[in-house]
Design a protein around this ligand. Structure first.
Ligand SMILES: [Zn+2]
Ligand SMILES: [Zn+2]
Length: 327
């Protein structure tokens, strides 16, 4: 296969072709992915453990709580607006500076580079709960059925370490063709360092000591990344098992309130699988979608355009109300 000229940091790395189109496995690219995921998981989880240990020992300060709230909201927008609705689904068109900012914020979530995230996610939508899906709880990427618990483990965690890589020559042409997104993605460890520094500075300025700075760094950079990561991973695992199927999408996607609470609205996962490009994921009555509302607000003030909407009539004729709860 001829590789496009825009392969940068992992251009030297190669995954081995598999029997599944658009899916590579092993090789230096598979190893790179496993190591990179392990490094980011270690920062997130060890940092969160340290934050809880310090809080248990010394208590938690208002500086820590404010760092958690502010960074959770800001980096969360990088995940929901950036990684998911913009880079993966092109649900709206932001001003160029906002596009770059969302890419930086998305990198701060420590969920892999934004372009890689979006490339994997496009494969998820192309192959939902079938052969080729990177993280279905029903079948592994080669289409082999899994038991319930093994499937949940794979969908929430194991898939990041199985050496399977999405071939960006198949799924990510538009994503990797974007110069700014490519640049931010290829330097994403720089942005991880930046969020650690910013949260540290938050504590230093507001708390006035190195101890306060260290604590704020953990509560502002690692704990939000931990919550957001498990929010997103719950969408891949829980929201493909437990919840309500308001639309007959032909896959196992569910609308799940718990996932909504962690993700600013991306837990309306069944609705999202029905209308993947819709900027709003909460399309049914009572389905609160903070990220969707924010996109509409940004549109009103002229910072984004081309917001993708689903006609109300189409929503009403598509809704099935036929299938519900755990499968
Ligand atoms: Zn999606
Ligand atoms: Zn899904």
């Amino acid at each position: 296969m001829t590789r496009p000229a825009y392969f940068l940091t992992d251009g030297w790395a190669h995954g081995k072709p598999t029997s599944v189109p658009g899916m590579l496995q092993g090789g230096s690219l598979g190893a790179l992915r496993t190591v990179s995921n392990a490094v980011q998981q270690a920062i997130v989880h060890l940092g969160t453990l340290a934050a809880f240990w310090l809080a248990w020992r010394d208590g938690i300060s208002w500086v820590d709580v404010s760092a958690l709230a502010v960074f959770y909201a800001i980096v969360g927008m990088g995940v929901s607006l950036g990684l998911h609705r913009l880079f993966s689904h092109q649900s709206f068109r932001p001003q160029p500076w906002l596009h770059a900012l969302l890419a930086v914020l998305a990198s701060m979530a420590m969920q892999g580079s934004p372009a890689r995230w979006a490339t994997d996610h496009q494969r998820h939508h192309a192959c939902s709960d079938r052969t080729g899906d990177p993280h279905s709880p029903i079948v592994d990427p080669f289409g082999r059925p899994m038991s319930k618990w093994r499937g949940l483990y794979h969908a929430h965690w194991g898939w990041m370490f199985n050496g399977v890589v999405t071939d960006k020559a198949v799924y990510g042409q538009a994503i990797w063709g974007n110069r700014v997104l490519r640049l931010v993605s290829n330097t994403h460890y720089l942005w991880i360092a930046l969020v650690l520094m910013l949260a540290w500075t938050w504590g230093k300025v507001l708390g006035g000591s190195d101890r306060a700075a260290l604590s704020a760094m953990l509560w502002g950079a690692c704990v939000p990344a931990f919550l957001l990561m498990h929010g997103v991973l719950s969408a891949t695992s829980i929201a493909h098992c437990i919840g309500r199927q308001d639309f007959a999408t032909g896959d196992a996607s569910r609308n799940n309130w718990f996932v909504v609470l962690l993700t600013f609205g991306d837990g309306w996962h069944n609705t999202h699988h029905m209308f993947p490009r819709s900027a709003r994921h909460g399309l049914l009555r009572g389905h609160i979608d903070i990220a969707g509302r924010l996109i509409e607000l940004l549109e009103k003030v002229g910072l984004v355009s081309g917001v993708v909407r689903v006609p109300e009539r189409l929503i009403q004729t598509s809704v099935s109300r036929g299938v519900s709860d755990a499968g």
